[in-house]
Design a protein around this ligand. Sequence first.
Ligand code: FAD
Length: 324
Amino acid sequence: MTTVIIGAGVTGLSVALRLLDSGIVPVIISRVFPTPFETVDSLGEINYASQWAGAHNAYHEPPTTPSTARDHAFAVRTYHFMDATAKAYPEAGITFMKGLEYHEEGVPGYESLTVETAAELGYEDFRLLARDELPAGVLAGFEYRTWSLNPMVYCSFLLRRLALGGCRFVKRDLRSAEEVFSMKDLGQTCVVANPAPLTYTRQYADGRWSFIIPRNFHGGTIIGGTKEPNDWSDTPSLATRERILRDAAETYPEMLGKDGKFHVLRDIVGRRPTRKGGMRLEREVIEGAGTVIHAYGLGGRGYEMSWGVAEAVFELMGKGGPRL
Ligand SMILES: Cc1cc2nc3c(=O)[nH]c(=O)nc-3n(C[C@H](O)[C@H](O)[C@H](O)COP(=O)(O)OP(=O)(O)OC[C@H]3O[C@@H](n4cnc5c(N)ncnc54)[C@H](O)[C@@H]3O)c2cc1C
């Protein structure tokens, strides 16, 4: 029996590696495969979310419901996977650093966290910031150890490991695949040459957010960002670029060089594969044909949850419990 994976984004590649680790050599069918970020076709490949991601792990808020608890558990498993992978393979493009979050409306779940309860939830080196450490307008701030990766370096690393393990790759556009994505949201970011020593996220009271994600291997720094549900435009907006750079400069002025400017390399727009009701993660038996495991719709957290989802797919295949 052949195991086929549709899609060569971070989800498909992670699931493929998880299978390969346990002796199953899948075939990957996909319209697009990882290519160097510098030469990707912005318009033709706007739906290939994995190349447009920052990509960092920002927890945002502690879990409060069964579905946020599941997603958080996936993010924590992925964190440990990234830690082990960064140590074993420096060329994977993963860097560990301090993550800083600012919230203008406060986050009750976080304010009651202590170092011990945060550690139980999987946060490492967690620290709640004191009031006098917060910029004006910010009610809650905290930091923790986290990772940031260079997406196409990481996806190409996964692809190479799969190729070495004997996986086959088929480049096809599967027009008959039902319900590949049912909803998308548009994200705009900007790559600048200015370096940053940490990843940083700020959630504003009016709903907008700002983030800074350094990219290793001389990949610049990502400044973000936007999240516009069902926006089908495909060109970056100059006004949005100015807004996101202004927000980033306001809360993290250390990033501006001696000349007080950001040095813009390029604008990015991509669509996050979001689904109403959250990701689809389930097993479907098609009578007389075979079994399909659905794992898509990871929205803005595909890298953060990638290894947790890969483990879950493995379990749905009936292949046993989780392992690192
Ligand atoms: C601006 C922006 C910033 C982001 N920042 C972060 C971040 O910091 N951290 C984070 O965790 N996530 C981030 N994300 C989200 C992350 O990029 C996605 O969650 C993740 O890439 C989803 O991966 P995927 O493999 O599920 O989908 P995709 O990467 O979209 O891959 C889908 C794959 O399926 C293939 N495919 C689709 N349809 C067909 C078909 N009909 N036939 C054949 N093949 C097909 C495609 O070619 C592609 O290979 C960001 C996204 C954007 C846009």
